[in-house]
Design a protein around this ligand. Sequence first.
Ligand code: OOG
Ligand code: MG
Length: 266
Amino acid sequence: MNLTQVTIDALAERLENAELQREAVCMITEEFPEMDWEDAYAIQGAIRQRKALRGGRVVGWKMGLTSFAKMKQMGVNDPVYGFLTDYGACLNGTAIDSDSLIHPKVEAEIGFVLKHALRGPDCDIAKVLAATDFIVPAVEVIDSRYKDFRFDLKSVIADNTSAARFVIGGNARSPEGLDLECLGVVLEKNGQLVATAAGAAVLGHPARSVAMLANMLHTRGGHLPAGAFIMTGGLTEAVAVQPGDQINVRYQYLGSVSLRFQSNRA
Ligand code: OOG
Ligand code: MG
């Protein structure tokens, strides 16, 4: 680690305030180029602690930058992880308050819920499937706290991988008998097709994203407990949304997830 605890705490406060006050900030590696991976996850951990002290709860994990489409869009090429908060959870069909976000984008994702704990270092697709209770379709609303949604990997890890809101919908299904690689996904905005994908868009198989998460958590002394909810990462490019936009994502086998964005400003 290259940053002091004082700097880590100050950066966590800066990024969390950017979220709470909806004001984008400059990428933090510009000011602290010496920041390393452990510093980045330590800042994310300090944000998590700040939320916990205020009574916030962590309700899941997320992997990010797990598809080629996402890596290409953001100009980075390694998966990262973050956490999901209780206040981020929104109901299927809900209107999301655009005024509470800076510059939201939506991502179609596949969610896993575990029935058994998963521990690294040797998790693989088979172990993940054996530990999975059910698969759910989900949409993540990301909202980078950085100006113009521009960042490098360390900065985005510190910013809890742009996590903001998420919606679980459709039908939960056991992974047994589901072809997760071929699982088709159709993303529509305002009734128009904007992106399509198959499950294999995420690291060749979405369960590989969960395995990678368990292995990454292991390197920092963590694991995924039974009951854990995990979002495996956007299958397509993220789609920018404005107030008034309606999003509908249809999943093969799993039903659909929909949400809209609404502003109360005049
Ligand atoms: C980082 C978060 C990426 C995903 O599903 O790939 C992410 C970002 O693109 O802002 O959540
Ligand atoms: Mg995501």
